[in-house]
Write a protein that binds this ligand. Structure first.
Ligand code: GLC
Ligand code: CA
Length: 574
């Protein structure tokens, strides 16, 4: 067993806030920083230690703030830098830390750096972004430098009339990629995006798309895996490039090492455990931990995420087991999460959001998450069991650039009704908007998120009268109070739950998930029923001993030996 060092960011529970949708303090329909400040006690009372705020920087909001036009300013409708200082203080004075999103693979095309870069070929900042001349095909037509497909559909290359070159954007065309090959660019990023906020007391960063800064300089075409269109998926060519680890070591050495910080990097398209370990070895000083995406990628389509294929329980068990165990014997650290602002809600994806099952489901998932090794991340609304938008919402009710662009691209390709229905079904499960619906505070209009007469910037989930904070506050059996209890259990038995070794049992079973956590002589077994039927569960022989119920998600409801629908339990084994 690995002896894991005890550090605040390992034992801490992180709560992610999406500023647009958390709490609107001035009734303009959009969440804001004063709104977050008004809820700091609520967050603290959940048992949270670290608050992570998604981008609140100035931005034209083509990608909800992940397109930053000024790292050193706050998006005015959200508030000011002074408001952020107050929020940092509000967290610190309650013994909580605060981390920000660090988005430095790209900026907004409205960032002053890009404005200069695109102004002329000989501007000193030309080389701060990635510019390339056109290619020409046999017919003499202008073509982009490579066939790469961007994450938000279409090419990664945007033609610039003014200077007659293409610039690279892995995401939207309003999100040009910074050129990390240039040391002056890196230095400016460190100063503007990092030091500026570290000096104001932030305790670290969730680092956006952390493995895309180095993408080589030759831009070869991607192999054709989606015939029929020019643009091809190319993550294999732009993720984990040749200088990635060098850049992260430099960022750590020049900036992070000067402060007591935590970093968690977003690490998509990296399935290999040895590869992930290269990012997180404590001795190597790059990142403290990463989000590896297998758990949230369950069932996604092969050619595009929104070609959903579905998955079965053994696949979920396999990915949980893989990313729990991979740090054993190393000096790396892992994360436990199943939601964020880019995902459908976990109750709707992995269990059942039908009215008769959704509370049970939310509690079972809470029990599972709180028993997992690594730093635990909870996404706003997860603690009350928020669910996906109803299936009858038309595409017009969705706002996210990723869903809308893909839907339109299938239409433009001549996709028939069936193809579009499949995309729609996929968006109903996976769409990023589900996590971005207004937080459900109470049963007043628009869920108490905003007092604006015609509602919030984004449609409120129809379920808010049944699922909201106020209703759950006073109900000892609510999802919210179960989360509070489970976070307490996690902290009380932190050796076994936060730092323990993981082992799955009966892995082929399609209905139940049984795993053990051990630490020294301490042993706990977690049993979960992922179906709406009563289920027996195996009691693995090798665990032996006497089983004593520690906590159950349906305690007092079912009370039988068998697991009820979507019930989870934890036993201590003596
Ligand atoms: C990350 C963010 C996502 C954003 C993208 C581009 O994946 O989580 O919301 O669209 O990066 O910055
Ligand atoms: Ca507001």
């Amino acid at each position: 067993m690995t002896v894991t060092e005890r550090i605040w960011w390992k034992d801490g529970v992180v709560y992610q806030i999406y500023p647009a949708s958390f709490k609107d303090s001035n009734n303009d329909g959009l969440g804001d920083i004063p709104g977050i400040i008004s809820k700091v006690d609520y967050i603290k009372n959940l048992g949270v230690d670290i608050v992570w705020v998604s981008p609140m920087y100035d931005s034209p909001q083509h990608d909800m703030g992940y397109d930053i036009s000024n790292y050193e300013a706050v998006y005015p409708p959200y508030g000011t830098v002074a408001d952020m200082e107050e929020l940092i203080q509000a967290c610190h004075s309650r013994g909580m830390k605060l981390i920000l999103d660090l988005v430095v693979n790209h900026t907004s095309d409205e960032h002053a750096w890009f404005q200069e870069s695109r102004s002329s070929k000989d501007n000193p900042k030309r080389d701060w972004y990635i510019w390339r001349p056109a290619k020409y095909n046999e017919k003499g037509e202008r073509m982009p430098p490579s066939n790469w497909r961007s994450f938000f559909s279409g090419s990664t290359w945007q033609w610039d009339e003014h200077t007659q070159e293409y610039y690279l954007h892995l995401f939207a065309k309003q999100q040009p990629d910074l050129n990390w090959e240039n040391p002056a660019t890196r230095e400016a990023i460190y100063q503007s995006a990092m030091e500026f906020w570290l000096k104001r007391g932030v305790d670290g960063f969730r680092i956006d798309t952390v493995n895309m800064y180095s993408k080589g300089t030759s831009f070869p075409d991607a192999p054709i895996t989606d015939p029929g269109v020019f643009e091809q998926p190319a993550p294999g060519l732009f993720c984990n490039g040749p200088r990635m680890h060098e850049f992260l070591r430099e960022m750590n050495q020049k900036v992070l090492s000067k402060y007591d910080t935590m970093t968690v990097g977003e690490l998509p398209h990296t399935p290999d455990t040895a590869h992930v370990l290269r990012y997180i070895g404590a001795g190597d000083k790059q990142l403290d931990m990463v989000f590896q995406f297998d758990i949230v990628d369950l069932g996604i389509g092969k050619t595009h995420k929104y070609e959903y294929e579905g998955y079965q329980l053994p696949e979920l068990k396999e990915v949980v087991s893989k990313w729990q165990s991979f740090i054993e014997g190393s000096d790396g650290w892992t994360t436990a999460f199943c939601e964020n602002h880019d995902q459908g809600r976990s109750v709707s994806r992995h269990t059942s959001d039908l009215p008769q099952y959704r509370e049970r489901s939310a509690k079972m998932l809470a029990l599972m998450m709180c028993a997992l090794t690594g730093t635990l991340f909870v996404y706003q609304g997860q603690e009350i069991g928020m669910i996906n938008a109803p299936k009858d919402w038309p595409i017009e009710d969705y706002k996210d650039i990723e869903s809308i662009n893909y839907y339109n691209s299938v239409k433009e390709r001549g996709g028939d009704e069936q193809a579009l229905a499949h995309v729609m079904k996929s968006i109903q499960i996976l769409g990023r908007d589900h996590a971005r619906l207004p937080m459900q505070w109470d049963d007043s209009p628009y869920a108490g998120f905003t007092g604006k007469k015609d509602g919030a910037w984004m449609r409120t989930n129809d379920s808010y009268k049944e699922i909201n904070v106020a209703k759950q506050e006073n109900d000892p059996k609510s999802v919210l109070n179960f989360w509070r209890k489970m976070i307490g259990v996690r902290k009380e038995y932190k050796d076994v739950f936060i730092h323990g070794a993981f082992k799955g049992y009966d892995v082929e079973n399609l209905d139940t998930f049984v795993f053990a956590k051990t630490h020294g002589k301490d042993k706990a077994v977690v049993v979960l029923n992922f179906t709406d039927k009563e289920k027996d569960f195996p009691r693995p022989q090798e665990l032996g001993g006497k089983w004593e119920l520690l906590v159950g998600s349906a305690e007092g409801i079912d009370g039988t030996e068998k697991l009820g629908a979507y019930e989870g339990r934890i036993y201590l084994v003596n």
